[in-house]
Design a protein around this ligand. Sequence first.
Ligand SMILES: Nc1ncnc2c1ncn2[C@@H]1O[C@H](COP(=O)(O)OP(=O)(O)OP(=O)(O)O)[C@@H](O)[C@H]1O
Ligand SMILES: [Mg+2]
Length: 263
Amino acid sequence: MDKKETHIIVFGNEKGGTGKSTLAMHIIVCLLNAGKKVAVIDLDSRQKSVARYLQNRQAHMANSGAEVVMPECMVIAPSSASAIQDRETEDQQNFQKVLSRFKQTADFIVVDCPGNDTYLSRLAHALADTLITPLNDSFVDLDLLGEVSANDFQVKKLSCYSEMVWDSRKFRAASGRPPMDWVVVRNRLASLGSRNNKRVHGALDALQKRVMFRYLPGLYERVIYKELFPSGLTILDVDNSNSLSNVAAKQDVRSLLDSLNLF
Ligand SMILES: Nc1ncnc2c1ncn2[C@@H]1O[C@H](COP(=O)(O)OP(=O)(O)OP(=O)(O)O)[C@@H](O)[C@H]1O
Ligand SMILES: [Mg+2]
């Protein structure tokens, strides 16, 4: 039987530090736990957060003898050719080479983009079946999606990142591919609802109709999402039945996965 087409999930946002790598790592482990074959492309070749997370995971496995599920992972660095045309050609070739290899076996390819605009990142956005954009609950983050009026908090115009995603969508449509599912995920939510929280919700609600994304509540601010990095583990790998907060964290990640409608 022919293999089902590989689904490409891209974590992107030109704003840095919004939770792309953290969410990517958790969704990767969810997919592996569901028995899916996952391959990872880390396009953030300076920080390599996801690749580093996975290295820590490998080391943990070697040191402890524990069996943990692992994906394949490749880091792609941008070309350093001097002419822009040569750089783009080289980036395109490197990206296609890794994609073609991973597509032979992977059910899902997860791409983690850097928090700025790069040619490699644009290539990934143009191929995303699902684009996940984490956003902190802040108008500073929201400004990358749309400019919001100071008087009534309504969206005045689209911003650079939304325009870029729009171009990626046009590219997909022109190449006959089904529409991308763009999901904006609020991250690091405060447990107490605030006025800011409600206003960001209102602006995102207005924006999602204009820009055609759907937005999900996502993850609360929790220490557990960051403290496991050195062991390469996630909340999904540890027994957390003795902590209500950790049980809730696991539930948040699973709800996010369910809402992505990936399988
Ligand atoms: N829900 C959360 N609760 C607590 N801390 C979080 C949460 N999500 C992310 N963080 C922390 O926020 C910081 C930024 O997260 P992360 O590195 O995943 O963002 P990023 O978008 O990948 O950043 P960059 O653009 O630099 O690649 C990290 O210290 C991470 O541990
Ligand atoms: Mg990152």
